[in-house]
Write a protein that binds this ligand. Structure first.
Ligand code: SF4
Length: 264
């Protein structure tokens, strides 16, 4: 299977949810407000991709005042974010993959700044910096992306760092940045965690394919309280009609990592 950090996050949250959304491609619809935020985030990613390729950005920036404000914040950091070609190699929507236990693990980095002796993996967040950064540090994204880079390059773990840029909630419109440095110990820990998760996934998937046995449900009942599949799982109070209406046939993956096309 092709697996992203988002898929692994779902697997951790609830294996049954992984079955529904990743294997069976049933999607959880976004509420109107969430959908709008997602669209704005997607447009900002488009804008950053065009900026990194030195393509025009005016058409995108003009569509929303937030986009323009965030972009102006980016431009204030341009020396750091967009180094000269001789100084570093940069790329946006940069894809790395690796094979692991019969699966293809894939990461789509928002942006990379690769120097001869160090590598930065950047991620754009169009929401405020979290109060507790440890959760973000422990996320599959923060753990998996350095492992993917180590596995597909000559960079040693200690030369890699993740940089999250948050464009909302900063002082006087300035973005916040969170840095997480990688290490050999962190990479080894992530590799062990990945092996453990994929061992479980392979067992559940075999049973699912051979006998039709469903993946296990989460033991954390709280997770079910906001899940669209609560009726299907007999873990909620929604009516079946209401629940079915919520399960639109769209792909979960397309929500998480949108392939960006050039904006005119
Ligand atoms: S309702 Fe609970 S058990 Fe069922 S898919 Fe959602 S989180 Fe998992």
């Amino acid at each position: 299977m092709k697996l992203s950090q988002g898929n692994l996050t779902i697997l951790d949250s609830c294996p049954r949810l992984f079955q529904y959304t990743v294997l069976e491609q049933l999607a959880v619809p976004q509420r109107g407000e969430e959908w709008e935020k997602m669209q704005l985030g997607s447009q900002f990613h488009q804008l950053m991709q065009q900026r990194s390729q030195q393509l025009p950005i005016e058409a995108i920036a003009a569509t929303d005042p937030d986009l323009r404000r965030w972009f102006e914040a980016v431009e204030a950091q341009s020396a750091d974010l967009f180094p000269d070609a001789g100084e570093a190699w940069t790329d946006s929507e940069h894809v790395r993959t690796m094979d692991w236990m019969g699966h293809t693990i894939v990461g789509v980095y928002d942006y990379v700044v690769l120097r001869s002796d160090s590598a930065q993996i950047l991620d754009w967040k169009t929401y405020p910096k979290p109060v507790d950064s440890r959760r973000l540090q422990q996320s599959w994204q923060s753990k998996l992306y350095p492992l993917l880079l180590v596995s597909s390059s000559n960079y040693s773990p200690a030369t890699i760092e993740m940089r999250y840029w948050f464009f909302q909630g900063g002082d006087q419109g300035h973005p916040h940045m969170l840095r997480f440095e990688s290490s050999a110990a962190a990479i080894a820990e992530t590799a062990a965690a990945l092996t453990q998760r994929l061992t479980a996934l392979n067992l559940w998937r075999s049973a699912y394919e051979l006998t039709g046995e469903s993946f296990p449900q989460t033991e954390t009942r709280q997770t079910c309280e906001t899940c669209s599949f609560a009726v299907r799982c007999d873990r909620g109070n929604r009516s079946l009609v209401e629940s079915d209406l919520m399960q639109l046939e769209t792909a979960w993956d397309s929500i998480e990592e949108v392939e960006l096309t050039q904006f005119p």
